[in-house]
Design a protein around this ligand. Structure first.
Ligand code: SF4
Ligand code: SF4
Length: 245
C-alpha cells in the first residue's frame, strides 16, 4: 500500500531513478547505433548494387527479368545472417504441460554456481507480455544481466530465481545435464571450470558495429558472422529453434 504522506524521495530513491535513467540511455544508444548502422549499410549497398546492375545490363550480361530470381534468394540468405538485431523468441506456451525440466538445483548449486543464470538468451513474446522478466534495453530483447554477469533476477544471496513462477520459457526448458559448459560429468557431479564472467554486453554489440563500419563490402558479411557467433556462443541451445525478430 502506498503512503500519501511520504515525500517523493522516499517513493523514488535517487539510486532507483539513476538506474532507470541508465537503462533508458542504453536503450537510446542502441536505437541510435542501429539507425546509424542501417543507414550506412543501406546507402552503401544501394550504391554498390545499383552500379553493378547497371554495368551488367549495359553489357547485355543479364536482363532485369533474369535478376529477379537470384535477388529473391539473396534476400532470404541475408535475412538468416546472425547480425545484431532485435531478437524475440516464439516458443509457444511456457506454462503448457511438459515445458519445464525438473532438476534439483538446490542440491547442485554449490557445484555449478548457477552458471545457467549467466548465459545470454532472448525472451519470448509471452515473456514480454507478462512484463515480469526484465530485458536489456541496450540489446532488445535479451535477458537483462548485472555487472557481475548474472541475470538480474538471480538472487545473489540464496542463489535462487526471484521470478521462478514466471521465469522465461528458456529457463524452463533448459537442461544442463548434457551441457558441457556446465558439467564435465553430470552423473559424477564434476562441474566444468567456471569461466570468467564478462558482465553485461555492450549496447547493440558495439564491437560488431565497429567492424561493420570499418570493413570493406567484400568481406564484411563474413566478419560479421564470425563475430556474432563468438559473442553469442553461450546462448542456450534451446534457443536455437527460436524465431528471430
Ligand atoms: S546449472 Fe543446472 S543445476 Fe545449476 S542452477 Fe542451472 S539448471 Fe540448476
Ligand atoms: S530468470 Fe531466473 S532462472 Fe532464468 S536466468 Fe534469470 S535467474 Fe536464472
Amino acid at each position: 500500500m502506498s503512503d500519501d504522506a511520504s515525500p517523493p524521495s522516499v517513493l523514488h530513491p535517487p539510486s532507483s531513478i539513476d538506474a532507470e535513467h541508465q537503462e533508458v540511455e542504453r536503450g537510446l544508444q542502441f536505437t541510435h547505433l542501429m539507425m546509424m548502422v542501417t543507414q550506412n549499410q543501406g546507402l552503401e549497398n544501394i550504391a554498390y548494387l545499383k552500379a553493378l546492375a547497371e554495368v551488367l545490363i549495359q553489357k547485355g550480361v543479364v536482363t532485369e527479368e533474369e535478376l529477379a530470381g537470384p535477388l529473391e534468394q539473396a534476400r532470404q540468405e541475408v535475412a538468416e545472417l546472425p547480425i545484431p538485431r532485435v531478437r524475440l523468441g516464439e516458443m509457444g506456451d511456457k506454462y503448457a504441460e511438459g515445458e519445464a525440466v525438473e532438476i534439483d538445483c538446490a542440491s547442485l548449486i554449490h557445484l555449478c554456481q548457477a552458471r545457467c543464470c549467466t548465459f545470454k538468451f532472448y525472451l519470448t513474446k509471452q515473456d514480454l507480455d507478462e512484463g515480469v522478466a526484465k530485458w536489456d534495453y541496450g540489446n532488445p530483447y535479451w535477458i537483462r544481466q548485472g555487472e557481475d554477469g548474472y541475470c538480474v533476477h538471480w538472487d545473489r544471496g540464496s542463489g535462487g530465481c526471484t521470478i521462478h513462477a514466471q521465469r522465461p520459457h528458456v529457463c524452463r526448458k533448459y537442461d544442463c545435464r548434457s551441457d558441457k559448459r556446465v558439467w564435465l560429468d553430470f552423473e559424477k557431479r564434476i562441474p566444468a571450470p567456471m569461466p570468467e564472467l564478462q558482465g553485461r554486453p555492450p549496447v547493440a554489440n558495439a564491437k560488431i558495429i565497429r567492424r561493420v563500419r570499418e570493413e570493406a563490402v567484400g568481406n564484411r558479411v563474413h566478419l560479421m558472422t564470425n563475430d556474432v557467433r563468438q559473442e553469442t556462443s553461450d546462448e542456450r541451445p534451446v534457443m536455437e529453434g527460436g524465431t528471430d525478430g
